[in-house]
Design a binder for this molecule. Structure first.
Ligand code: PLP
Ligand SMILES: N[C@@H](CCOP(=O)(O)O)C(=O)O
Length: 462
């Protein structure tokens, strides 16, 4: 299995190399050269299997010969052993034909654990074999960072630095990053918003001297391994509501476009997905773009679903790559225009995008109202991101086709917003009950590439 860059000029890599490289050296994102296929019979055989067994069958062809069968089975088993639900990703019914896929039973209570726990295990196996140590730098609007710190804390062969936008994440998210005591993990509160954190991260990858000196690696969804792990739950969920014998739709609360892109990969592999619905909060650049209004950056407005306060949605580049017939130079041009403020999508590419993705947005009031009404009618307490999804899903449901909305975080990660909407404060699970008493360790850093580089160099173990 070979991986190519969306910008067309970086070296072609195998799975392990693409996973450890993160951003391609031409600034692009790695994607599989060919998407492996699963036929109707292969998908039907997933019914009744454990989450781990489905994960093995769905991901195995993407990994190639990098891990042996036994190694890969062990990696998957260890990744999901710590989840708090036997089904890992249980499906609950909200209404006739509308289901919620609960992706918040991992150690940090958000969907990011599905991929981060897995790539933590894959990094450990691959780096142990190579005898290498790497420096992971990540950008987060709250959940990626906490999942990464949890997955990599205390591991021998990695230093982890996570940039988060100072003052723009929830207290639970912050404390999940600032309270681990292991000396190889570092939370950095940066002045700026998430897009600026992500831009500095990409600047670091494009500074080859720094990148090579510290052996920079990335665990944001620029890393193909992150997207791949998320493909699995589209299969597990769809099969439990009747796929491959009938089509299924998904609505996905979306920010950096990694999760919905995983759904697109599942569809390209053969899963009968009718609609993939992108649900945004008031930072609705993706909704506007998918409705044909171009991709034009504005100011990011803080919302009650802060993890989706994003304007530069990094994985949208992967979607554009396919929509532009995998023409690297076209993507280079669009990304140059984006640096200057935005771009228009060609008519042909727009048709391709709209054939795969629908979209909608939820205002702040609509999000709060959905939290309240879901609790009243179904007893389900939603986090604000999941509520954005449920509201948009309701607008796209079609009789006869099950709609599955991804519940991307536990409500206890956003207790203030949930309490305000539902007059009920969701408690943290018992294992985290002392989170507010634990001591915090965090460095305040400026939005400045050189300052960040010297901070990281000065705090690495090796
Ligand atoms: C809770 C939550 N929901 C939804 C999203 C959006 O996911 P994606 O960035 O993969 O589109 C994020 C962050 O990315 C998140 O943390
Ligand atoms: N919402 C994310 C933003 C980063 O997304 P990623 O999937 O690219 O890592 C977060 O919680 O950090």
């Amino acid at each position: 299995m070979r991986y190519i860059s969306t910008r067309g000029t970086a070296p072609v890599l195998n799975f392990e190399e693409a996973m450890l490289t993160g951003l391609a050296r031409d600034g692009g994102l790695y994607v599989p050269e060919v998407i492996p296929q699963m036929g109707v019979a292969d998908i039907a055989r997933l019914e009744g299997l454990s989450y781990e067994a489905i994960a093995y069958r769905v991901m195995r062809p993407f990994v190639g010969g990098v891990f042996t069968d036994d190694e890969f089975e062990g990696i998957i088993a260890r990744a999901y052993a710590g989840f708090g639900h036997a089904a890992r990703a249980p499906l609950v019914q909200l209404d006739q034909g509308h289901f919620l896929l609960e992706l918040f039973h991992g150690p940090t209570l958000a969907f990011k654990d599905f991929a981060m726990q897995l790539i933590g295990q894959m990094f450990q196996t691959a780096l142990g074999r190579r005898g290498e140590r790497v420096t992971i730098v990540g950008a987060t609007s709250g959940d990626t960072g906490s999942a990464a710190i949890e997955a990599f804390r205390g591991l021998d062969n990695v230093d982890v630095f996570i940039l988060y936008p100072h003052g723009r994440i929830s207290e639970v998210q912050r404390r999940q990053m600032t309270t681990p005591v292991e000396s190889n993990v570092h939370a950095l509160a940066m002045d700026g918003d998430f897009d600026e954190c992500q831009a500095r991260l990409k600047d670091m990858f494009n500074d080859f001297a720094f990148r090579d000196e510290v052996k920079l690696a990335g665990v944001n969804s620029i890393n193909w391994g992150r997207v791949l792990a998320q493909v699995v739950y589209y299969f597990s969920a769809a099969v439990s509501v009747g796929a491959p014998h009938r089509p299924v739709s998904f609505t996905v609360p979306t920010g950096n476009f990694g999760d919905i892109f995983a759904g697109y990969i599942a569809k390209r592999m053969g899963l009968p997905i009718d609609k993939l619905v992108v649900a945004t909060n008031q930072n609705d650049i993706l909704d506007r773009c998918l409705k044909g209004q171009g991709y034009h950056k504005g100011a990011t407005v803080p919302s009650i679903s802060p993890s989706m306060d994003i304007q530069v949605s990094s994985n949208f580049e992967r979607a554009l790559f396919d929509a532009y017939d995998r023409e690297g130079p076209a993507i280079v041009q669009l990304m140059d225009e984006l640096k200057a403020g935005g771009f228009e999508v060609s008519q042909g590419a727009m048709q391709v995008l709209q054939s795969h993705y629908a979209s909608g947005r939820a205002s702040e009031d609509e999000t709060s109202a959905t939290i309240a009404s879901a609790l009243a009618t179904t007893g389900e307490l939603l986090c604000p991101h999941s509520a954005v999804g449920v509201k948009v899903a309701e607008e796209h449901r079609v009789t006869g086709t099950p709609m599955i909305t991804l519940a991307t975080a536990h409500p206890a990660k956003f207790p203030d917003a949930v309490e305000q909407a539902a007059t009920q404060r969701p408690p943290l699970p018992p294992r985290m009950a002392d989170l507010y008493e634990r001591a915090e360790r965090v460095s305040r850093v400026p939005n400045d590439l050189q300052a960040l580089i010297s901070h990281i160099k000065g705090h690495r173990a090796a």
